[in-house]
Design a binder for this molecule. Sequence first.
Ligand code: PGA
Length: 251
Amino acid sequence: MRTPIIAGNWKMHKTAAEAVLLAREIREAVINIDKVETVLCPPFTALGAVEGAIADSNIGLGAQNLYWEEQGAYTGEVSPLMLAGLCDYVIIGHSERRQYFGETDETVNKKIKAALAHDLKPIVCVGENLAQNEAGETNSFVGSQIKGAFAGLSADDASKIVVAYEPIWAIGTGRTAEPEGANEIIATSIRGTLTELYSDELAQKIRVQYGGSVKPSNVESFMAQPDIDGALVGGASLKSDSFVALVKGAL
Ligand code: PGA
């Protein structure tokens, strides 16, 4: 059985002070929920403060990115060594990073390896854009992203990864994928490719989230799908009432 995982990607929102308030409200509301894993991914500048606010709770902490080198002359970057011990998770290859900051399957793969080497669990994002979707290229594109992300990883390392299937056209747009359609893509292009690369056993073990305009009114329809194990949430994670409703919706 795969434990559902609801992760809030706060993107470039919240000062450290605002982040602490939000984290405290969420903590209060989910403290007794143990059947769903809750993860908060604030910006780097709020990680330390949020860590304090969720200390000794069942909430996990995640970063939104990392660089693959441990240290050096890389102005503005944050290394796995700096995140290790602070975070449990790190989002890697979000479509906004691929789109605006030039991330490729190759750099995503390097980041995944760096995270795993420091005991950080990657939440690896994949998903097609609208043109690919309309051209019927979703399955082959998502399959190739999975191959790129998992290249050179042992089965043991691969099993620590959470995959987030996020169709780009559904992110922040209010337009969601049909739950059945998203499930089919996850089953075919994500679990199918993982079966090809490793084994059916491993493909069934890995948790796969859906992401893209998830909100309290639709979370249950996604969670009802057999291959969807949770959600990576942007907009609806920025307020405690909607985020907590998502966690409860995943129960
Ligand atoms: P959204 O973002 O929930 O605002 O669509 C999801 C994401 O980018 O992870």
